[in-house]
Design a protein around this ligand. Structure first.
Ligand SMILES: CC(C)(COP(=O)(O)OP(=O)(O)OC[C@H]1O[C@@H](n2cnc3c(N)ncnc32)[C@H](O)[C@@H]1OP(=O)(O)O)[C@@H](O)C(=O)NCCC(=O)NCCS
Length: 171
């Protein structure tokens, strides 16, 4: 089955697809890496995500790409766009269902987000991740992102402080 990437602004998601996204985001193996994210209970998250996706077309601060294998959602990416010193900067966050890790899903999502960012006149893309997130760092590095800085002890994870790695790609 071929991996398909869908833009949630162009192809609105069904409630089941939104549910699949929340299931990925709340999966214990994924949550472990979403260091700064505070989760509510599943139903509350689901309602928040449904509202977010109902309103996403009118939101010019964010783009969402969804990875599907057949009719199954296996991952997604959010591209948040801000203005910094007169230029557009994008920040990328990506999550993939653990059943599909290591199959190139995040790589394909980030690759597509680079093209999307270019089309939106974004001049710089950023990926921030905890030092130990080797998979995310590998995805960033193999797509040409450069390590911009290390924010020492920035993140709190499993009871201790961890460095945050900041990667950037000039477009
Ligand atoms: C990080 C994440 C998005 C990667 O998704 P993925 O679809 O598995 O990524 P890909 O398959 O495209 O690429 C992963 C790469 O990392 C490599 N990798 C994975 N674990 C590794 C490890 N422990 N050591 C070395 N390399 C590793 C893979 O081999 C692959 O590189 P390759 O293509 O050169 O072989 C996924 O693990 C995830 O959802 N994690 C939880 C959420 C998260 O961390 N999000 C990012 C927050 S900034």
């Amino acid at each position: 089955m071929e991996l398909q990437i869908i833009n949630a602004k162009l192809t609105p998601l069904s409630d089941n697809e939104v549910r699949a996204i929340v299931e990925i985001e709340m999966h214990p193996a994924v949550r472990e890496w979403l260091v700064d994210y505070i989760f509510e209970d599943f139903d509350k998250e689901l309602e928040d995500y449904k509202r977010f996706f109902r309103e996403v077309q009118g939101n010019d601060k964010v783009e969402v790409l969804v990875a599907k294998l057949g009719d199954k959602v296996v991952g997604f990416l959010a591209l948040w766009v801000t203005e910094e010193r007169g230029e557009r900067v994008g920040s990328v966050g990506v999550s993939v269902h653990p059943d599909h890790w290591g199959k190139g899903v995040a790589t394909k999502l980030v690759k597509e987000s680079v093209e999307l960012a270019r089309a939106l006149n974004v001049k710089k893309l950023i990926i921030e991740t905890v030092e130990e997130n080797v998979a995310m760092r590998r995805v960033a590095e193999k797509l040409g992102f450069k390590l911009e800085c290390v924010r020492e002890d920035k993140l709190f994870k499993n009871g201790s402080r961890h460095d945050e790695y900041v990667y950037s790609l000039r477009l």
